[in-house]
Design a binder for this molecule. Structure first.
Ligand code: SAM
Length: 218
């Protein structure tokens, strides 16, 4: 797959604070992975008990906490927003985390070209851009083609865990998953280990209901 015409993210200015710029310079050699050639999670984290990709880590507060909570798990964060990557690296470094690598690229490209089949125990997708307007629905990351893309990358018994505060997107996702033969699952209780992210906090303050969903590879 080439870079999708309908990007699932908004191209925002790459304005970063000085702290984020400095974190980027200092910490990219430790945490960064260039999107070149094969990126095999088993080679990056040979001793990990699980290997999980998180797509769209935003400003990284929730990701950094999850990474620090599960030190035996290797995490690969994929994000296109550079200031957010700097912020995540800063937090991970402050926690002394060794079990995180970050790729600055569209997840569609990375999954298509870099990640070997059967190499991920799970994918985390927390608060993907909801694209509320009908003319933007084609930009939602959960689409039939996306399920086809991730399915081979996940090990047998593996899953995708999704959280969203946009009720219409819950219905959209349930429809896309139910029309696919590749996954089975549905709504789950919020796991107590999933911290509130910046985006989630904004939704909660607006009175939105948050839904967690888990779909296992069939
Ligand atoms: C609404 S924000 C949520 C961020 C974070 N998970 C949170 O809960 O605060 C969605 C994030 O996903 C990123 N994103 C969207 N599509 C992406 C893609 N195809 N590849 C990588 N990152 C993507 C955006 O840049 C943005 O930072």
């Amino acid at each position: 797959m080439e870079r999708p015409v309908n990007r699932s993210y908004r191209l925002r200015g790459a304005r970063a604070t000085l702290a984020q710029e400095m974190a980027y310079e200092r910490l990219w050699p430790k945490y960064g992975l260039e999107p070149v050639g094969v990126i095999d999670p088993a080679v990056i984290f040979p001793d990990a008990s699980r290997r999980i990709m998180e797509i769209g880590t935003g400003m990284g507060e929730a990701t950094a906490k999850i990474v620090a909570s599960f030190v035996d798990t290797g995490f690969i964060a994929v994000e296109v927003h550079k200031p957010g990557i700097g912020a995540l690296m800063n937090l991970a470094s402050a926690n002394g985390s060794e079990n995180l690598r970050i790729i600055e690229e569209d997840a569609h490209m990375i999954l298509s070209h870099s990640i070997p089949d059967g190499s991920l125990d799970a994918i985390h997708l927390y608060f993907p851009d909801p694209w509320p307007k009908a003319r933007h629905w084609k930009r939602r990351i959960i689409q039939a083609q996306f399920l086809e893309l991730i399915h081979p990358k996940i090990v047998d018994g593996g899953y995708i865990h999704i959280a969203t505060d946009w009720i219409e997107y819950v219905e959209w996702m349930q429809r896309v998953f139910s029309e696919s033969t590749l996954f089975e699952g549905g709504v789950i209780a919020r796991p107590e280990w999933r911290p509130i992210s910046k985006f989630e906090g904004q939704g909660l303050r607006k009175g939105h209901t948050v839904t967690d969903m888990k779909y296992f590879k069939k």
